[in-house]
Design a protein around this ligand. Structure first.
Ligand SMILES: [Zn+2]
Length: 116
Protein backbone atom coordinates (compact mmCIF):
# COMPACT_ATOMS: atom_id res chain seq x y z
CA UNK A 1 0.00 0.00 0.00
CA UNK A 2 1.28 3.44 -0.89
CA UNK A 3 0.76 6.17 1.67
CA UNK A 4 1.25 9.83 0.84
CA UNK A 5 2.55 12.41 3.28
CA UNK A 6 2.49 16.10 2.42
CA UNK A 7 4.62 18.72 4.13
CA UNK A 8 2.49 21.70 5.12
CA UNK A 9 5.62 23.84 5.28
CA UNK A 10 7.16 23.36 1.81
CA UNK A 11 4.50 21.35 -0.05
CA UNK A 12 6.82 18.39 -0.71
CA UNK A 13 5.04 15.06 -1.17
CA UNK A 14 6.58 11.90 0.23
CA UNK A 15 5.24 8.47 -0.72
CA UNK A 16 5.82 5.44 1.44
CA UNK A 17 5.08 1.93 0.23
CA UNK A 18 4.59 -0.31 3.27
CA UNK A 19 2.07 -2.50 5.04
CA UNK A 20 -0.55 -0.74 7.17
CA UNK A 21 1.06 -1.99 10.39
CA UNK A 22 4.33 -0.26 9.47
CA UNK A 23 2.77 3.03 8.37
CA UNK A 24 4.35 5.91 10.26
CA UNK A 25 2.18 8.62 11.80
CA UNK A 26 4.30 11.28 10.13
CA UNK A 27 7.40 11.46 7.96
CA UNK A 28 10.39 13.77 8.16
CA UNK A 29 10.50 16.05 5.12
CA UNK A 30 13.65 17.07 3.27
CA UNK A 31 13.12 20.62 4.57
CA UNK A 32 13.40 19.37 8.14
CA UNK A 33 9.72 19.81 9.07
CA UNK A 34 7.18 16.98 9.39
CA UNK A 35 4.98 15.78 6.55
CA UNK A 36 1.55 14.49 7.63
CA UNK A 37 -0.62 11.90 5.92
CA UNK A 38 -2.55 13.18 2.90
CA UNK A 39 -5.53 10.85 2.49
CA UNK A 40 -7.06 12.95 -0.31
CA UNK A 41 -3.90 12.58 -2.39
CA UNK A 42 -3.90 8.81 -1.81
CA UNK A 43 -7.35 8.47 -3.34
CA UNK A 44 -6.30 9.57 -6.78
CA UNK A 45 -6.96 12.77 -8.57
CA UNK A 46 -9.56 13.59 -11.19
CA UNK A 47 -8.59 13.30 -14.82
CA UNK A 48 -7.11 16.36 -16.46
CA UNK A 49 -10.14 18.14 -17.92
CA UNK A 50 -8.24 19.34 -21.01
CA UNK A 51 -6.26 16.27 -22.02
CA UNK A 52 -8.33 13.48 -20.45
CA UNK A 53 -5.09 12.23 -18.87
CA UNK A 54 -5.61 10.02 -15.84
CA UNK A 55 -3.02 10.27 -13.06
CA UNK A 56 -2.97 8.21 -9.90
CA UNK A 57 -0.53 8.06 -7.03
CA UNK A 58 -2.15 5.05 -5.40
CA UNK A 59 -1.83 3.04 -8.63
CA UNK A 60 1.75 4.23 -8.90
CA UNK A 61 4.93 2.33 -8.19
CA UNK A 62 7.77 2.48 -5.71
CA UNK A 63 10.93 4.52 -6.20
CA UNK A 64 13.26 3.00 -8.78
CA UNK A 65 10.63 0.72 -10.34
CA UNK A 66 9.56 3.19 -13.05
CA UNK A 67 12.02 2.23 -15.79
CA UNK A 68 11.30 -1.49 -15.71
CA UNK A 69 7.52 -1.03 -15.44
CA UNK A 70 7.55 1.53 -18.26
CA UNK A 71 9.33 -0.99 -20.49
CA UNK A 72 6.61 -3.55 -19.65
CA UNK A 73 3.86 -1.05 -20.50
CA UNK A 74 5.51 -0.14 -23.81
CA UNK A 75 5.99 -3.82 -24.69
CA UNK A 76 2.30 -4.45 -24.00
CA UNK A 77 1.28 -1.49 -26.16
CA UNK A 78 -0.34 0.34 -23.25
CA UNK A 79 -0.30 4.14 -23.55
CA UNK A 80 0.64 4.86 -19.92
CA UNK A 81 3.80 5.62 -17.97
CA UNK A 82 5.03 5.80 -14.41
CA UNK A 83 6.23 9.31 -13.65
CA UNK A 84 9.96 9.05 -12.73
CA UNK A 85 9.59 12.05 -10.38
CA UNK A 86 7.09 10.42 -8.00
CA UNK A 87 6.02 7.02 -9.37
CA UNK A 88 2.50 8.21 -10.27
CA UNK A 89 0.80 6.21 -12.98
CA UNK A 90 -0.10 8.56 -15.85
CA UNK A 91 -2.30 7.16 -18.61
CA UNK A 92 -3.43 8.83 -21.82
CA UNK A 93 -7.05 7.98 -21.02
CA UNK A 94 -9.18 5.76 -18.78
CA UNK A 95 -9.01 2.80 -21.17
CA UNK A 96 -5.21 2.74 -21.03
CA UNK A 97 -5.28 3.40 -17.28
CA UNK A 98 -7.43 0.31 -16.73
CA UNK A 99 -5.11 -1.79 -18.95
CA UNK A 100 -2.09 -0.56 -17.00
CA UNK A 101 -3.50 -1.39 -13.56
CA UNK A 102 -4.81 -4.75 -14.79
CA UNK A 103 -1.27 -5.59 -15.94
CA UNK A 104 -0.18 -5.27 -12.29
CA UNK A 105 -3.14 -7.22 -10.90
CA UNK A 106 -5.08 -4.17 -9.68
CA UNK A 107 -8.75 -3.39 -10.20
CA UNK A 108 -10.57 -0.09 -10.58
CA UNK A 109 -13.26 1.17 -8.20
CA UNK A 110 -15.85 0.29 -10.83
CA UNK A 111 -14.81 -3.34 -10.41
CA UNK A 112 -15.56 -3.15 -6.71
CA UNK A 113 -11.91 -2.77 -5.74
CA UNK A 114 -10.14 0.05 -3.98
CA UNK A 115 -10.74 3.48 -5.58
CA UNK A 116 -7.89 4.47 -7.84
ZN1 LIG B 1 8.95 20.22 3.80
Amino acid sequence: MTYIFTCRSCGERVEINCPLAQRPARKKCRCGRWATRDVAAEHGRPRNATTGEKRSAIAGCGAGEEAELNRDLAAAGIDAQYDPRNGDLVARDRRNFLKAIKARGMHSNTDGGFPL
